[in-house]
Design a protein around this ligand. Structure first.
Ligand code: KPL
Length: 298
């Protein structure tokens, strides 16, 4: 297998829906992709299929388990509560490139070498399913950008030719903040009320709660950057309308009794608010409610 800065060897941490999508397109671009083999881990490759809504032929993916020599290129696509476990004992090179395909912000802070090149991935695509069958429900735009800013690496152009809707974003921050607010409003409310995303626009109580969360997020983001344009409620409402029939990822996690991404989503907003001495009562309430799986009447 050819390996050069233009043909990187990618390891994948988190072979769920988003990890499978990334692995399929990295492989389509001609890059090797493997799972880091841990002591005692299964040597057999993981086999998966990705199917499409638009009639494209399904993609078959075989992910070998390769010994993790110093890892120079890593995709982190596990759910945020499992980041520590996914990175535990991985021999990361001091200048490892990491593609972070996760909801929320800050989930890898303090977990990567100082010299790591963290590339944030923001996608509006949706993949559903469970190992080994994954289905691309909606293929929309995906942006990648360096957390510290900067131009696209050499391999990016090759990948963008094989990943529909993929663009480089410099800076990536505003796209991350937009996605963060959509997740901070839609995910906890749909999880707590156990409803599809579109219900947020139909139920007056839910709409009022959603608006309050969006407005509080704008207050914080405006305090972090006075140039933040606000208008989050309109953006969130557009996402809820476009995904009206969907089960949000947090609702799905709560239905399965799995860990949620609340700490990386609303928790990030609360941590930033505390740093600035701001109060976000609606976010504090949903964080407590998701952790305790309850929500009292407004
Ligand atoms: O990203 C999502 C999620 O469920 O995590 C949204 C945008 C809310 C779509 O369901």
């Amino acid at each position: 297998m050819i390996c050069s800065p233009d043909v990187p060897f990618w390891y994948l941490a988190g072979a769920g829906n988003m990890g499978t999508l990334a692995a399929c397109y990295l492989r389509a671009a001609g890059f090797p992709v493997a799972l880091p083999r841990r002591d005692g881990g299964p040597p057999a490759p993981l086999r998966k299929t990705l199917t499409f809504e638009d009639g494209r032929a399904p993609l078959a993916l075989e992910l070998p388990a390769a010994p993790a020599a110093p890892i120079r290129h890593l995709v982190v696509a596990c759910k945020t509560p499992y980041s520590d476990a996914a990175l535990a004992d991985l021999p990361l090179a001091p200048d490892v490139t990491v593609l972070r395909l996760q909801n929320g912000l800050g989930s890898l802070d303090g977990r990567l070498p100082e010299g790591a090149d963290l590339i944030e991935v923001v996608t509006t695509s949706a993949v559903k399913g469970r190992h080994p069958s994954h289905h691309l429900v909606a293929e929309n735009q995906t942006w990648m950008g360096r957390a510290r800013g900067g131009p696209a690496p050499a391999w990016f152009q090759t990948l963008a030719r094989h990943w529909p809707g993929l663009e480089w974003a410099e800076p990536i921050r505003d796209r991350q903040w937009r996605k963060l607010v959509a997740n901070a409003v839609i995910n906890p409310l749909t999880g707590l009320y156990d409803v599809a995303n579109g219900r947020l626009l139909e139920d007056p109580e839910l709409s009022a709660r959603a608006r309050r969360l969006a407005d509080e997020a704008d207050t914080l983001l405006g305090a972090l950057d006075p140039a933040w344009p606000g208008g989050s409620w309109d953006q969130v409402a557009a996402v809820a309308a476009a995904t009206a029939g969907n089960t949000s990822s947090m609702r799905a996690d709560m239905q399965r009794g799995a860990g949620t991404e609340i700490d990386a989503i609303n928790g990030w907003l609360l941590r930033e608010a505390r740093r600035l001495g701001l109060e976000l009562p609606a976010h504090r309430e949903v964080v407590a409610a998701v952790r305790g799986r309850t929500l009292s009447a407004p």
